[in-house]
Design a protein around this ligand. Sequence first.
Ligand code: CO
Length: 170
Amino acid sequence: MTPLSFFARSTIVACASLLLLAGCGGGGGEAQKPAAEPSAASQPAGRLVEITSNDSMQFSLKEITAAPGEALRVSLHNVGKMPKAAMAHNWVLLVPMEESAVLGFAQSLATRAPSYLPEDMSKVLAHTRLLGPGERDEAVFNAPKEPGKYPFVCTFPGHAALMKGVLVVQ
Ligand code: CO
């Protein structure tokens, strides 16, 4: 190996390390997306699934069907008018569990303001943030690879009995 090629190799390694460091920065913990995300608007990350929520505690969609591993963008738009403190909504996708367990899971989050998400996220596959009137947010994720029924729910206190549905992976 010539000294020149060794220098070139070292430079490449150093640059790669710098990129990694830069990519790890930013902190905040919110939505860690791939570095190539700035053009998200022009290059959708997956199939768009639009859901609205309203002041009657209803999701406009109760069932979503997806292929195993399919890239999805679930967009929740809260079209309600009531103040966030009284009527907020999120969309939280869970691992497969009985309907009664879904309700219990949501009820256990009643004290988890302001996100109403658990400390232990092992049962949460994807979620939007909690939305007040007129707000929207997207959950960008891949459908599970394992075919099955994955429940989704709004975890705002008292909403899970009405605001629930299922992602069917088949
Ligand atoms: Co809700």
